[in-house]
Design a protein around this ligand. Structure first.
Ligand code: PHE
Length: 349
C-alpha cells in the first residue's frame, strides 16, 4: 500500500507541475485529493490494515496529502503571477502615443483665428500677450491717457458708463498704464480684447475687438515703430507690402500717426480686370491702425516704478481685429461676424 501511495504522489506531482491554468489545477486537485479520489480512499482503508502497518501507512498517506496540498498552493500562486505578467505585457499602454483625437466638431471663429495670427506675429518679434479689464475706471480709460476733461469721447453719448467713474473700456489703451504699473521698463506687450462704444451702423458694432501694442525701453524710436508695423503688415497682408505713416492726433501719443498699408488687391488703385479697387477705393493705401510715441505726460501718470520720460521712451499702436479680418478676407459687412450664420462661419478656418 505504501508503494501505491508513492505512485499516486508522483503522478499527482507531475500533474500539478503540468497544470497551466487555475481550472486545470482544480481538476488535478479533485482527481487526487477530492472526496472520491484514490488517496483519501486509501487513508480511509488504513483502519482495516494490520495494526503494525497502520502507523507507517497512515503517516505516508498524510504526508503525501499535505505535500500535494502545499504543491497545489504553490502552483496556484505561480499561475496567478504568470497570468498577471501576461496581462501586463498584453495590456501595456504606450503613454507616448497621442490620445485618440476627438473628431473635429467645429472651427475657430474668423475673429479668433485672426487674433491668434496677429498674436503669433508679435510673439515672434519678442512681445508678450497681456490683458486688462473690460469694465474700466475712467481714470485708466481717459485721465491717465492724457484726455482733456472736455474730450468728446468722454461723452455719455459716445461711451457706456457704469458709474460716474467706471466705463466699459472704449479701447485697449488703458492696459498701457496698467502694464507699466505692474513692472519697470523694458516692456514689450500686445493686448487683445473687447472694447465698447455707443456706435451701431453698417461699419460699427457697440462691441468690437482691438489689439494694442506697447514697447517701452531706453532707446525705442519711431523707426522701431515703423519697422515693427512693417513686419506685421507683411506677415498679415503679404511680403510685398509697404507701410506709410501719416500725421494724426491721439491724446496719449506725441507725435501720433495713422498707419496705412499698401493695397494687396490692386496696382495703383486699379484691379487686374481694370476696375477701381474696391478695397482701397482706388487710393492704393489702406488705413489699418493708429499709433505714436508715448506722450511724456502719460509716463507721468504711471504711479509705480518712476517711469522717467527723460530716460525712457516708447511707442504704442492700436488696431481693430474686425477691420483686419474684413480687409484680408473681403468680408463686406461687419455684422456677419456676430450673426453666427453657419454659411458664413464655415468659409473660414
Ligand atoms: N486707442 C486708439 C483708438 O482706439 C488707438 C491707438 C492706440 C492710438 C495706441 C495710438 C496708440 O483709436
Amino acid at each position: 500500500m505504501i508503494d501505491r501511495i508513492g505512485e499516486l504522489r508522483e503522478q499527482a506531482q507531475a500533474a500539478i507541475a503540468a497544470a497551466e491554468s487555475a481550472a486545470a489545477l482544480e481538476e488535478v486537485r479533485i482527481r487526487y485529493l477530492g472526496r472520491k479520489a484514490d488517496l483519501p480512499n486509501l487513508l480511509r482503508g488504513v483502519a482495516e490494515l494490520a495494526p503494525e502497518q497502520r502507523g507507517p501507512t497512515g503517516k505516508a498517506a498524510n504526508q503525501a496529502r499535505q505535500a500535494l496540498e502545499a504543491l497545489i498552493e504553490r502552483r496556484a500562486g505561480e499561475l496567478v503571477a504568470q497570468e498577471l505578467d501576461e496581462r501586463l505585457t498584453q495590456d501595456r499602454v504606450d503613454v507616448t502615443l497621442p490620445g485618440d483625437p476627438l473628431p473635429a466638431v467645429g472651427r475657430l471663429h474668423l475673429l479668433t483665428a485672426t487674433r491668434r495670427e496677429i498674436e503669433d506675429v508679435f510673439i515672434g518679434l519678442g512681445f508678450n500677450v497681456a490683458e486688462g479689464p473690460e469694465v474700466e475706471l475712467v481714470y485708466y480709460n481717459f485721465d491717465a491717457l492724457n484726455h482733456d476733461v472736455t474730450h468728446p469721447a468722454r461723452d455719455h453719448t459716445d461711451t457706456f458708463y457704469v458709474h460716474d467713474d467706471v466705463v466699459l473700456r472704449t479701447h485697449t489703451s488703458p492696459v498701457q498704464i496698467r502694464a507699466m504699473e505692474l513692472q519697470p521698463p523694458p516692456i514689450y506687450i500686445i493686448v487683445p480684447g473687447r472694447v465698447y462704444r455707443r456706435d451701431s451702423d453698417l461699419t460699427h458694432t457697440p462691441q468690437f475687438h482691438q489689439i494694442e501694442g506697447l514697447a517701452v525701453d531706453d532707446d525705442v524710436t519711431m523707426a522701431d515703430l515703423q519697422g515693427t508695423l512693417l513686419a506685421f503688415a507683411r506677415a498679415i497682408f503679404g511680403e510685398e507690402r509697404k507701410v506709410r505713416l501719416r500725421p494724426h492726433f491721439f491724446p496719449f501719443t506725441e507725435p501720433s500717426v495713422e498707419v496705412d498699408v499698401s493695397c494687396f488687391n490692386c496696382v495703383d488703385g486699379v484691379t487686374a480686370d481694370g476696375q477701381r479697387c474696391p478695397i482701397c477705393k482706388g487710393t492704393s493705401w489702406i488705413e489699418i491702425l493708429g499709433a505714436g510715441m508715448i506722450d511724456p505726460n502719460v509716463f507721468g501718470y504711471v504711479r509705480e516704478y518712476g517711469y522717467d520720460p527723460e530716460r525712457i521712451q516708447g511707442f504704442a499702436f492700436g488696431m481693430g481685429i474686425e477691420r483686419i479680418a474684413m480687409l484680408r478676407h473681403g468680408v463686406p459687412d461687419l455684422r456677419l461676424f456676430y450673426d453666427n450664420d453657419i454659411r458664413f462661419l464655415e468659409q473660414f478656418g
